[in-house]
Design a binder for this molecule. Structure first.
Ligand SMILES: CC(C)(COP(=O)(O)OP(=O)(O)OC[C@H]1O[C@@H](n2cnc3c(N)ncnc32)[C@H](O)[C@@H]1OP(=O)(O)O)[C@@H](O)C(=O)NCCC(=O)NCCS
Length: 162
């Protein structure tokens, strides 16, 4: 039977969704490497309250989960910009058990669709250079290194939507 794959928007303002997100994130980030690659600024062990305080306390973020047969296997967030001249992608993650099967691409397809539907002309992100898998994924979509860096030194990549 075909698996049912969906991308759904979730909110940390929703108590039930937050409970489920907390359970997923705490399970995924028992692995220090996964926490470091996904959120290099976060310290290990993973602290959910700090995750919220650091990245989700402002109004301008949207969070999406990737579900396979109703089971959450991936996550990504978007930071909207005041001028809507680009959208910033962050916290991109696929559950280890489901990697290498095209689900990371589904997330990138999702953010590209979101940008197109909302008339946003570009997507940006930060990636640490040692994260070869993510760098390959982004380059395969045409993301290019802008030469800029985050405060912590991660290169900034950008995709212009045509
Ligand atoms: C990065 C990540 C989201 C990719 O998800 P994924 O579902 O494994 O990726 P996909 O199966 O969709 O593969 C997409 C592309 O990624 C690259 N890739 C995937 N697995 C790879 C591997 N083992 N080695 C090298 N490149 C790989 C390839 O370019 C691949 O495209 P291809 O299959 O056409 O060659 C996932 O590895 C992850 O969650 N990593 C930990 C968190 C992280 O690094 N987040 C990104 C922060 S910037």
């Amino acid at each position: 039977m075909e698996n049912k794959i969906t991308i759904e928007q979730v909110s940390y303002k929703n108590v039930e969704q937050t409970r489920i997100l907390k359970a997923c994130l705490e399970t995924w980030f028992k692995n220090p490497k996964d926490l470091n690659l996904t959120a290099p600024k976060m310290t290990y062990p993973f602290n959910f309250n700090r995750w919220i305080a650091d990245s989700y306390s402002k109004e301008n973020t949207l969070t999406f989960v990737l579900k396979k047969d109703e089971w959450i296997i991936g996550y990504m967030s978007l930071q909207l910009q005041p001028k809507n001249d680009f959208v910033h992608l962050f916290h991109v993650f696929i559950d280890r058990k489901h990697r290498g099967k095209g689900y990371g691409k589904k997330l990138i397809d999702g953010v590209i669709s979101f940008a197109k539907e909302n008339g946003i002309p570009a997507i940006t992100l930060y990636v640490i250079p040692k994260n070869d898998i993510a760098v390959n994924l982004y380059k395969s979509y045409g993301f290019v290194d802008t030469g800029q860096k985050s405060k912590s030194g991660s290169p900034r990549m950008k995709l212009e939507i045509t």
